[in-house]
Write a protein that binds this ligand. Structure first.
Ligand SMILES: [Fe+2]
Length: 212
């Protein structure tokens, strides 16, 4: 028997009427369907924006490893995924990524600690680098991002580190100290690993883009 192709809504309705999705009894089938659809629409909030800053340079090379073997600074892996608000792959995205070196200095003539990466077929990106240092004007460690993709709003933002002494051990309370970070959600938890060679830190920074 050939089955007719059903829309997502029709599949959902069948699941509800067939008891595969059960409400608590207080909700009608129509309400349950409406709640489900609304929740799916709100499933992912676009990533919060932050300021561009004065140190962006166009034309960075597409590099996965920014850390040289002799570079001082604590090794850091930054990874994440670029998706739309439905959690789907965003085709053709590019991620400009730049930060200060371990001592808080930007390379304003070359491209040290700068890259423009293209996420893989699943939307994943990963960059090996070092923990950025602190600098006078913006004394919280941070990584700058500029993400662009066809059909989507470009996003300028920054990732911060929950372990940064700047947040005094309490980023929930101190996230907006001196109005540096634009949004509490940009302060990322840091994992520390004791690898066989050397310890390293990791953060995950997922990026959710809105349609243009
Ligand atoms: Fe900066």
């Amino acid at each position: 028997m050939k089955l007719a192709k059903l829309s997502r809504r029709e599949i959902m309705e069948r699941c509800i009427t067939g008891g595969l999705i059960a409400g608590s009894g207080a909700l009608s089938q129509t309400q349950l369907l409406a709640y489900w659809e609304e929740a799916e629409k709100q499933a992912m909030k676009p990533t919060a924006a932050d300021v561009l800053g004065p140190f962006f340079r166009k034309g960075a090379p597409n590099l996965r490893t920014l850390r040289g073997p002799k570079d001082p600074g604590f090794p850091l892996l930054v990874s994440g995924r670029v998706v739309n608000v439905k959690g789907q792959l965003v085709e053709g995205a590019t991620v400009d990524f730049w930060h200060a070196d371990h001592a808080g200095r930007y390379d304003t003539r070359g491209y040290k600690f700068r890259t423009k990466v293209t996420p893989d077929a699943k939307g994943d990106y990963a960059v090996e680098t070092v923990m950025p240092g602190h600098y006078g004007d913006r004394p919280a460690q941070h990584i700058h991002y500029l993400i662009a993709a066809p059909g989507h709003k470009s996003l300028i933002t920054q990732a911060y580190f929950a372990t940064d002494p700047f947040f005094e051990g309490d980023p929930v309370k101190n996230w907006n100290k001196r109005n540096l970070a634009a949004n509490r959600e940009l302060i990322m938890p840091v994992k520390l690993f004791e690898g066989p060679a050397a310890p390293r830190a990791e953060i995950r920074f997922d990026i959710v883009l809105e349609k243009a």
